[in-house]
Design a protein around this ligand. Structure first.
Ligand SMILES: Nc1ccn([C@H]2C[C@H](O)[C@@H](COP(=O)(O)OP(=O)(O)OP(=O)(O)O)O2)c(=O)n1
Length: 127
């Protein structure tokens, strides 16, 4: 089987611990390589990626379905359920990043600009 190399960049910070930091662009690049290696670029059209992402949102929703409200931090969840949640959140994120890339949108840039817009629209109340 082909070796799987999904490495993240590690940087040593001042306390000597390794800090993993990865940008949306880094992930974009890895997703492009992943698709290229499998000859899957032909499937990664905007519409297909959108539908795939919505499907993953459905899988994410299933985890919470019928549970009622859950406490922040999910203190009563099994580790395996939390791991599953992390996987579904990641699937949504990865398709969102790939969709943005395929549409020629710089997602990090767009998100920061949108946050500025939100702050202007909803100013902090000062008495
Ligand atoms: N054409 C594809 C198919 C998959 N993936 C990647 C992106 C997602 O992170 C993950 C989705 O894989 P699956 O379709 O196997 O979905 P799940 O991981 O949710 O598996 P399952 O539906 O069996 O729970 O794989 C991709 O980039 N392009």
């Amino acid at each position: 089987a082909e070796a799987v190399s999904i490495s993240t960049m590690g940087e040593t910070c001042m306390t000597g611990e390794i800090v993993k930091e990865i940008s949306l662009k880094d992930i974009s690049k890895k997703l492009e390589e992943f698709a290229q290696a499998r000859n899957w670029e032909k499937y990664h059209s905007p519409r297909n990626l959108l539908l795939a992402m919505v499907g993953e949102v459905g899988e994410l929703s299933e985890i919470f379905q019928w549970k009622g409200e859950v406490e922040k931090g999910l203190p009563n969840w099994e580790d395996s359920d939390k791991e599953h949640l992390g996987e579904e959140l990641s699937d949504v994120l990865l398709y969102l990043i790939r969709l943005s890339d395929i549409c020629g949108i710089d997602l990090a840039d767009a998100a920061l600009k949108k946050m500025v817009k939100n702050a202007v629209k909803y100013p902090v109340n000062r008495l």
